[in-house]
Design a protein around this ligand. Structure first.
Ligand SMILES: [Zn+2]
Ligand SMILES: [Zn+2]
Length: 424
């Protein structure tokens, strides 16, 4: 029999790595709560229609990258390639607009795309994202961007990041923006890459975003969305910028930054790590004032972002994971009677919130002490036959290398007292 391997591009997160993931998830949840976001948990699969409508036919995701299957009930289902469309589906299905004019939710979890497994791309990957649905106000844009920046820089502690900002217009001015780019590019179509020649017909704005060298040369001289914003969009953008200045969020205006789909409007932003090479965007987001209508709801503005957690993990310096401090207690025992006493003590300690470990493999005392070091406990409680006979245990402080003898019926209280002194 051969060993069955996991799916390519869908990595396991092993125990050595999961503590880093947990730290990121914990600090993110705490920060999101402080900004007034509540978690929404939608299923990992949806009716395929949700993504066809919400992401759009003709996009790479829908055309090439979705894990779509027909279930036994002949229903076409898709593993979510992103979460904005499912969140909007839930927002409409549960009439969340009735509960609050501005709905602020976040999600955290795996997404699925059948990408070519190359560096920085996974078939199962993880995102943390937010959606703020219900307001046009520039203050929402500013708060969302402030939140993203705080998460990346202060909570995840990623150095050297850049925040890029742009505005891509709305229903009033987008046709003009599109037309000007189309006119410029059509005359130079032969110099575009094959992908961009296709974009020329469907979505010329996307050409601004192309990473191919030839296209970038053309883009340098192309008309930019910012030059053709209508008055309302220009005013909105100015207000967003002024609020970001007030909040001291450093950004650069990147007039080539666009988002692919028609329902994206006005504010677009991205956080990049210039050291990561081609796949350098760690997070991106923007307004989607047209999306809720596309999904079958009433005209409703919205804005959000998504953070790619795999790229976040790749950007966190090793020292940010500094060895966790010594924590908890290891109960080392000699003989069966001592082991039974130890298990009882440990049960009580764990009930009182202390991290506690005991040998479960019949190791020697020496082996147990070695394990206690490996487990990075602060205290070791040694129960030998002699000590047991006298009703005592030896309590060793692993950091200070000090020992004291403690009566058995005081052990729990003594340990809780010491823990309290350390943490309180
Ligand atoms: Zn191109
Ligand atoms: Zn406009």
């Amino acid at each position: 029999m051969h060993n069955i391997k996991g799916v390519r591009g869908a990595p396991d997160i092993l125990p050595q790595k999961s503590s880093r993931w947990q730290r990121i998830e914990e600090v993110a949840r705490a920060a999101l709560r402080r900004y007034g976001y509540a978690e929404i948990r939608t299923p990992v699969f949806e009716r395929t229609e949700v993504f066809i409508r919400g992401i759009g036919e003709g996009t790479d995701i829908v055309e090439k990258e979705m894990y779509t299957f027909t279930d036994q009930g002949q229903e076409s289902l898709t593993l979510r390639p992103e979460a904005t469309a499912p969140v909007v589906r839930a927002y409409l299905e549960h009439q969340m607009a009735a509960q609050s004019a501005l709905v602020k939710v976040y999600y955290l979890g795996p997404m699925f795309r059948r990408e070519r497994p190359q560096s920085g791309r996974y078939r199962q990957f993880h995102q943390i994202g937010v959606e703020a649905i219900g307001s046009h106000q520039p203050a929402v844009d500013a708060e969302v961007i402030d939140l993203l920046w705080k998460l990346m820089v202060e909570e995840f502690r990623i150095p050297g990041l850049e925040l890029r900002l742009n505005s891509i217009g709305d229903v009033a001015c987008r046709p003009e923006i599109r037309e000007r780019i189309l006119r410029y590019m059509r005359d130079r179509a032969s110099e575009l890459c094959t992908d961009c020649q296709g974009r020329l017909g469907r979505n010329p704005l996307r050409i601004l975003d192309c990473k191919q060298e030839g296209c970038q040369r053309l883009v340098a001289g192309a008309p930019k969305p910012l030059e053709s914003l209508c008055e309302a969009c220009a005013d909105h953008f100015a207000q967003v910028r002024s609020l970001l200045d007030l909040l001291k969020i450093p950004y650069t205006v990147d007039d080539r930054l666009v988002r692919g789909l028609d329902y994206y409007t006005r504010t677009a932003f991205e956080v990049v790590n210039p050291r990561l090479g081609a796949q350098n965007a760690l997070a991106g987001g923007g307004r989607y004032d047209g999306l809720i209508e596309v999904m079958g709801g009433p005209p409703t503005p919205g804005i959000g972002f998504a953070i790619g957690l795999e790229r976040v993990m790749a950007s966190i310096p090793a020292e940010a994971d500094a060895q966790t401090s010594l924590d908890g207690v290891y109960v080392a025992t000699i003989g069966q009677e001592a082991h039974r006493t130890g298990m009882l003590l440990l049960q009580e300690l764990r009930r009182r919130g202390v991290r506690g470990l005991i040998d479960l493999e019949g190791r020697s005392l020496k082996g147990q002490m070695r394990q206690a070091n490996k487990d990075r406990v602060r205290y070791c409680l040694i129960l030998g036959e002699d000590e047991l006979a006298k009703g005592h245990a030896t309590l060793r402080d692993m950091a200070k290398a000090e020992e004291q003898s403690v009566p058995l019926d005081h052990v729990v209280a003594r340990l809780l007292e010491l823990e309290g002194e350390r943490t309180g």
